[in-house]
Design a protein around this ligand. Sequence first.
Ligand SMILES: [Zn+2]
Length: 1059
Amino acid sequence: MAAVVSPALKHWRTTLERVEKFVSPLYFTDCNLRGRLFGNSCPVSALSSFLTPERLPYQEAVQQDFRPAQVGDSFGPTWWTCWFRVELTIPEAWVGQEVHLCWESDGESLVWHDGEPVQGLTKEGEKTSYVLTDRLGAGDPRSLTLYVEVACNGLLGAGKGTMIAAPDPGKMFQVSRAELAVFHRDVHKLLVDLELLLGIAKGLGEDSQRSFQALYTANQIVNVCDPTQPQTFPMAQDLASRFFGQRGGESQHTIHATGHCHIDTAWLWPFKETVRKCARSWVTAVRLMERNPEFIFACSQAQQLEWVKTHYPGLHARLQEFACRGQFVPVGGTWVEMDGNLPSGEAMVRQFLQGQRFFLQEFGKICSEFWLPDTFGYSAQLPQIMRGCGIRHFLTQKLSWNLVNSFPHHTFFWEGLDGSRVLTHFPPGDSYGMEGSVEEVLKTVAKNRDKGRTNHSAFLFGFGDGGGGPTQTMVDRLKRLCNTDGLPRVQLSSPGRLFSALESDSGQLCTWVGELFLELHNGTYTTHAQIKKGNRECERVLHDVELLSSLALARSVHFLYPAAQLQDLWRLLLLNQFHDVVTGSCIQLVAEEAMSHYQDIRSHGNTLLSTAAAALCAGEPGPEGLLIVNTLPWKRTEVLALPRPGGAHSLGFVPSPGDSAQHGLCSCACPQLTAAPPAPAACVCPARAPADSTSRLPPAKTDGSVTLDNGIIRVRLEPTGRLTSLLLVASGREAIAEGALGNQFVLFDDVPLYWDAWDVMDYHLETRKPVLGQAGTLAVGTEGGVRGSACFLLQISPNSRLSQEVVLDVGCPYVRFRTEVHWHEAHKFLKVEFPARVRSPQATYEVQFGHLQRPTHYNTSWDWARYEVWAHRWMDLSEHGFGLALLNDCKYGASVRGSVLSLSLLRASKAPDATADMGRHEFTYALMPHEGSFQDAGVIRAAYSLNFPLLALPAPGPAPATAWSAFSVSSPAVVLETVKQAETSPQGRTLVLRLYEAHGSHVDCWLHTSLPVQEAVLCDLLEQRDPAGHLPLREASLKLTFSPFQVRSLLLTLQPPLN
Ligand SMILES: [Zn+2]
């Protein structure tokens, strides 16, 4: 056959559209190529179904009573499951052909064959056929039975009307197609080629020679290809191959295409559905790996793999097999893809510790890149945490969502708070769910902000968020584009290969220092306040359990460290730190599950605390009573509420006890609280106050206002509960701005553009309305002694009200605001403001293992895009010599604008959870004016104290007769954050200690311990010994050196018990 000569008359538009019609699934399918994709078809032999509200395991489901069903039947409602038994017989006439089961239904489906999952099917994810055979052999069995498990929810949940609306509980689902069909693979290949040629023609445009070459090639293919005559296809294929075989030059950009499937661990669907999403998505990826040896699939989140290991062991074994071949690549290193802002430093370490240990155990190696493509900002401490966990590379793309400023890099070094650096890459296509189109490939090259500095990019393809993953068509497209003139080179590649390529040519890369702040989703610091509170509390509970259990281990021969229980509880906490859970951007079902996880952690944690306390009390003489525990590594002088018989409480005062109260325990002959052990010891005394302040404490009330004074600070509240004055008594410095009022509640309209639970927009600031109280509600609460307080009520709106107790304790440098709110609002945002008599262009906010500064002004677009920011336990506004710190026990949203410190308290978003934050809330914040710097004034320790109250644990047996201290640190700049048993602990007697430098300074210090230490050695965050890290023990002390914000971990091996 002679080559077709194309006349030179071609018109761009008609030629392009001619080709489009030739591949169109909508037009001319009676005569075009698309219409020939499938050949003969026949119905399945029999279809029956079984409907259940449960998510049953396969073995149980197939035992149930299946009833005859038909295509077109509807089933549901939302979150139910319909199991279909599909009996089929392939016609004998189809020998030699490729045969598919074509299955189209609403919901997400999983095909089972012989008791194993074999293929996920979803219309939304462009997966509607299961390949029964590539080529039916003459002797092959032609009859078989399959099961199709259809989950009654879409890839992205079941939102009523829009994706993020609360789920519609009554949605019904339908199977619209269930039949066998012959698949024409040669037609499919030509369709892929024609679509790519169209993409090149359109993407390169009429200014490009190559564009016309692509278009004319496509046109020629249409000319030679007769859809009804398969013998014409090879000539068409030749034309395409000739075009795609024309190579690019040496300088071509290289795209590393990696299959991916982002699965939100819970979001618009519950955790349990995610387990099935993983199976559906990954079994599909396994099929692709089987059929395409060059296809590589990157998969993150150890928790999801652990679910699959438990529920689908056969699939897990296949994943391990493909991991050995290098096709299945575990990435990320963390337990889940956690939020990058809210989790504590220690919790972030545990994400990696739990994750990396799982990856090592199941796949033989730890991950070398951190993977957080879809998270709402990235803490400045992450680079150090990554480096400590064996990770040098980081990938995300979320900063492309910035609303105001476009981030200046796609490939760069990210330098953290302590100076640690990681090579960071944002796929320049700004997505983790590409489909392999030419448009995306060209965008990846065009948008790359580091042109000239680097010549490699990542390209993550596959349906994501709700799972789904890549399709064979995507793989086929990318394979075809491996090296074609006019386009970048496309390799099916792994993140490892990408990063080695980037690393080997990194000499010209720029560096970004500090946090990667997302200029969007800033409401997630506040939404779902109970989840935030659960997070903060449970971080504290696990800290305390680990410390106390470690001390019990050191003190008691018989104590068994609850390693397995702690691992379970940590994993629950880490699970809740997923980027759509702790952020509050989930549906009501998920929020309820999250709250029950916190409840489990609290109740089991408290049991473990009691067990450890009992072990600490055993074997020592002394009366039964309370064990008072300070879980912080410094002396504390605090008022403590002590339980009394009958459920009542009385106030006790822990005076400064000489030198041994750090990390210490003491006992007391409770319940009378009269016999305190002699000093020096941390102990509990009856409610009495030091002589010098007793006279000042009783709240003075005149003209409806109340003054609280403990000799350190003097607080004056006007009749509606606002602060007119906050004075440092010794210096007479006033902390509240002249003529202004502190503790001012303010209400804002809070209607974002779309992402309701996620976003608070800049314009909410224009709707500020102070909440005005009514005079006369302010009353004296506690009348003095060791504590003085005042109470008031505030009607926030017709539906919402607030009550507050303003509390000042003897010896305490801060005043606490214990707050209860009954909140019933829609699209309102409640904050509390403190205008300070302080002027500074920057404010300081606590972050993981440290703090950072952000501007208090809106000079540049980068400054004003940070109108709502996050902080952990404290924020501070200081000028030279004086400052005001605002502490909190469970809040994360904050801002300082000018001299006004503002804490974000409650939001009222309605999607995806219409009930979010409605109801009762309790929280405490505190205000601490100080002289000097916040470091020297002890703001950091005060915030710890607020968050880690002294424990008063019932001692079931005799409590230790004398107080003792396990650890203390010689420098106030260094915090001993964590004491736990090592994950790998021969004889169970190795502890891990984690300390960090909190002031931002170079420090040499001594860690003193009273524990019987045999050996001390530095280790990394994964608890691996530093070969050069041996630490000599001198007089029960270890010398440690820190640079600013450095985190150090050490392994302490305790001496064997004496008996
Ligand atoms: Zn996500």
